[in-house]
Design a protein around this ligand. Structure first.
Ligand code: ALA
Length: 614
């Protein structure tokens, strides 16, 4: 049985043999490597640290790269525990930066998957692929179809392409699908293109009969699972939604280590592979959640992040607390370190700090649980006092708030209330079904928010609306104006990005800022904050708006109605005015203390400032 460590090794070695440079996994925190105009909390794919190079920048290691990248995806924390969702995972990937394209990529994929000595030795008859069927003016990927046919032909496997009905039957092995399935982009902007995905029949003809049926049904039933994605990047999708052709196309591939291990070890799901078995005594839903979360938490802690209420620290906090709720024992963290220490030496290096932080966070959580319990008792007393005079004394929103602030899951709230009712012999009537429904609705709303705002999906520009992000929006306007006053009107905004931890501002300027200039800018922003200036919004037609002299971008497209945010008493006398959708604070004093943390080059003639507010 092939171990996961052997799969990692073979992948790197195989591509090294095809002249690829092995590059180490980048940090889990995109803060630590350059990504133009992206704002995500964690690395979510192997290509993410390579975005500047996929857009044309030269990579010091050359034009062929291979890596095993640690990744975190947090959109689905509440779904962890079924067979598919993992928070932490590893992606094996190989890249061509404007070098080879479809022909080599497809040939090498099939070679690696089937070669018994250097690759995985899988039976090619159990492989199925999808290709981009063409849409929105982009034609069907006939080139990939040709290469797949040729390469399967080497094994004397006849290959047909599925028709519009997407049915796999007989020799049909290639399924063309639309943009939804076979066009890949990280988030909403950046390098992208059609892709070809490789699926494996996990049951096999002998046990399961011929693979036959609609593609979607076969995937849903788990008969075939996706193991590898080859993206043929030909475009850069811009913020305005248009596609710009890249000067040279790239290849970006991603093979999930966990899924590939399922296949190689002939298991039913990831929790039965060697990437999990040492972390669970018994395969239960609770143990799966605990193992997944502690694994992710250990890796996030090894990056120097600590539990907090914002950004990556918040995700970390939720992972640890959810694990504690499901009965985590932190000796598990040591097992995680043991399991991954060879592939990721940073774990061993940070072992002490990792373990200490887990312990501390558990203690903090227990304290807040106690507070939650008190609140629950108060609520119960209140219900008892009003005895029967109010209908539905508890609703889903109240329960969700208790869950959010004190980490109380709904089942625990019900349990506690029942215990109290028993003790006080009180006939408590609550509508569990209704409450659960409302609770789920609140949860969904919250998940949507965190999906787009903070939990690790990409977003561009000024988008978040949380209290701290709103302060950063206003701080960005103050910074832009201060830069103009100190450096002159030549500074033009080139990009802006906010998350809950910092703001980032790109502007045209030809040289490094002096310490004195930085200080002046910082002081000026803080002065405007201390002046407690009102931040106000006016809405007017585009024509009128352009006459006000408010700052706006000439390349951006605005609608006919423009909102202008200005800082000062009136629009005429305002210190700063900009076309902007907001949101902003009401008074500059809410921004807090402003501090520039870094000034650096972003691209030719563009400087980048990072700043924080406290
Ligand atoms: N970047 C591609 C993916 O993550 C390979 O699927």
């Amino acid at each position: 049985m092939m171990q996961s460590s052997e799969i990692r090794k073979r992948f790197l070695e195989f591509f090294k043999g095809k002249n690829h440079a092995i590059i180490p996994s980048a940090s889990l925190l995109p803060e630590n490597y350059p990504i133009p105009d992206k704002g995500s909390l964690f690395t979510t794919a192997g290509m993410q640290p390579l975005i500047p190079y996929l857009l044309g920048e030269k990579h010091s290691e050359g034009v062929r790269l291979v890596s095993v990248q640690k990744c975190i995806r947090t959109g689905d924390i509440e779904d962890v525990g079924d067979n598919r969702h993992l928070t932490f995972f590893e992606m094996l990937g190989n890249w061509s930066l404007g070098d080879y394209f479809k022909k080599e990529s497809i040939a090498w994929s099939l070679e690696f998957l089937t070669d018994t000595e250097k690759g995985l030795g899988l039976d090619p008859k159990r492989l199925f692929v999808t290709v981009f069927k063409g849409e929105d003016g982009i034609p069907r990927d006939d080139e990939s179809i040709k290469h797949w046919k040729e390469n399967f032909g080497k094994f004397n496997i006849a290959v047909e392409v599925a028709g519009e009905d997407e049915i796999i039957k007989g020799d049909v092995r290639i399924v063309p699908l639309g943009k939804e399935d076979n066009f890949w982009i990280a988030g909403t902007t950046g390098p992208c293109g059609g892709d070809t995905e490789i699926f494996y029949d996990v049951i096999g003809e002998e046990k399961g009969g011929k693979v036959e049926g609609s593609f979607q049904t076969l995937v849903k039933s788990g008969r075939i699972i996706e193991i590898w994605n080859n993206v043929f990047m030909e475009f850069n999708k811009k913020a305005d939604g248009t596609y710009e052709k890249l000067s040279k196309p790239n290849v970006d591939t991603g093979m999930g280590l966990e899924r590939t291990t399922v296949v190689m070890q002939e298991k039913n799901n990831v929790y039965e592979t060697d990437l999990f078995t040492s972390l669970m005594k018994e395969d239960t839903k609770e143990n799966r959640i605990v193992a997944d979360h502690i694994k992710a938490a250990v890796f996030i802690l090894s990056e120097g992040v600590e539990p907090s209420n914002t950004g990556s620290g918040y995700v970390l906090r939720r992972l640890i607390r959810r694990a504690v709720r499901y009965g985590a024992d932190f000796s598990l963290a040591e097992k995680v370190i043991e399991l991954y220490k060879d592939a990721y030496p940073e774990l061993l290096k940070n072992k002490e700090r990792i373990l200490e932080n887990l312990k501390l966070e558990e203690e903090r959580f227990k304290l807040t649980l106690e507070k939650g319990l008190k609140e629950l008792r108060r609520k119960f007393e209140w219900i008892r006092t009003l005895s029967g005079t109010i209908k539905d004394p508890i609703d889903g929103k109240w329960c969700f708030d208790l869950y959010q602030t004190h980490g109380f899951p709904l089942e625990m709230i019900f349990e506690e209330l029942e215990v109290l009712a028993k003790i006080f012999k009180y006939d408590l009537k609550i509508n569990k079904e209704n409450i659960s429904k409302e609770f789920d609705e609140e949860m969904k709303r919250h998940q949507e928010l965190s999906r787009t705002a903070s939990a690790g999906m990409f977003k561009g520009g000024l988008a978040g609306t949380s209290e701290v992000e709103t302060r950063y929006h206003t701080a960005t306007h103050l910074l832009r104006q201060a830069l103009e006053e100190v450096l002159g009107e030549e500074i033009i905004q080139k990009g802006s990005n906010i998350n809950t931890e910092r703001l980032r501002f790109d502007f045209s300027f030809s040289r490094k800022l002096t310490d004195e200039e930085k200080q002046k800018v910082e002081t000026l922003v803080n002065q405007k904050i201390s002046e407690s200036l009102p931040v106000q919004k006016v809405v007017m037609t585009k024509e009128e708006a352009e006459k006000t002299g408010a700052v706006h971008s000439f390349s951006d497209k605005y609608g006919d109605e423009i909102s202008i945010y200005f800082i000062g008493d009136t629009l005429e006398t305002a210190w700063s005015k900009e076309f902007c959708g907001g949101p902003h604070v009401i008074n500059t004093k809410e921004v807090g203390k402003f501090k520039i943390t870094k000034e650096e080059p972003s691209s030719a003639g563009v400087r980048r400032i990072r700043a924080m507010v406290e």
